[in-house]
Design a protein around this ligand. Sequence first.
Ligand SMILES: [Zn+2]
Length: 384
Amino acid sequence: MTATVITNIAELVTNDPGADDLLGAIADAALVVEGSTVAWVVRAGEAPAADEQVDAGGRAVIPGFVDSHSHLVFAGDRAAEFAARMAGESYAAGGIRTTVAATRAATDEQLTSQVARLVDEMRRQGTTTVEIKSGYGLTVRDEARSLAVARQFTEETTFLGAHVVPEGDPGEYVDLVTGPMLDAAKEHARWIDVFCERGAFDADQARAILRAGEAAGLRGRLHANQLGPGPGVGLAAELGLVAVDHCTYLEDSDVAALRDSGTIATLLPGVEFSTRQPYPDARRLLDAGVRVALASDCNPGSCFTSSIPLCIALAVREMGMTPAEAVHATTYVGALALDRDDVGALVPGRRADLVVLDAPTHVHLAYRPGVPLVAATWVGGRPA
Ligand SMILES: [Zn+2]
């Protein structure tokens, strides 16, 4: 097995949970990779001999970003809708149907090349693990093939047949989602998700869909409390879900429920940026003892960015997070939000997925917004 040592790291973010500081940061460090995993994390000068040596040139090295929420399987473009919104029109969930029509009309090859392009775009910005949802097919055939396309790129695939009711009777559509659609989707998916929001699915429908998914071997997640207060966050806590996503409008009881259940609140600030909605209050959640992840929600409607560095900058500037909290939320907690213990940290035994920053410290991700700071992304111990 080939051993590679990366030396001359100005700051190594390990996310070691046993460290005194949140990021387990080591100044003037070296990191040894054996095969695809991290073998040693040491101070420079203490590194053992290795087959290959890489000089980080005084840059910072952080774990690769774990983006636990994206919708990359789609066709078409909604730039005109974005422009209209910026001209004063409000966002509603119904815009999803525009993308559904384009996605149904696309070939498998077109969908695959679109996902490949976006995953590559993410990787160039430091993302090494990505979750990808279906949800723009909304027929048995189109949901199953959307997930089959996503599976080519990640193990973290999520069946989101309950994105919006495409047409017809909502009750009949829930029966379709929990019946034939779930049957066709489950072999390609690890997770099941529901958009629990006014205009999409209510709490009873969401509960029924998540229970059906669980019975089929899928684990639940939720989109909730994005456009206004609602029952979704409470439902996620009640069901003990790993994560609930958006969490923009929360009552005190929602915050307490998240704290008590341990359900992670995944905040998606690119959405608020792109829709001119108020940002979720990360500080309130962190101060209450809730675990907070950040993800991109990359999708063609409400947020067409694939950039985790942008999410970090927004979370720090607009949501009360420190740079360290935001980096932790996009790496370590992102991995927890996907129930993964093999990524999200640079400690011995974890996968050597890492980012070399063109900066001496992680702080630059928020301090220098909009600047391409990712010098290199490594996946499984090799530059990607
Ligand atoms: Zn989403």
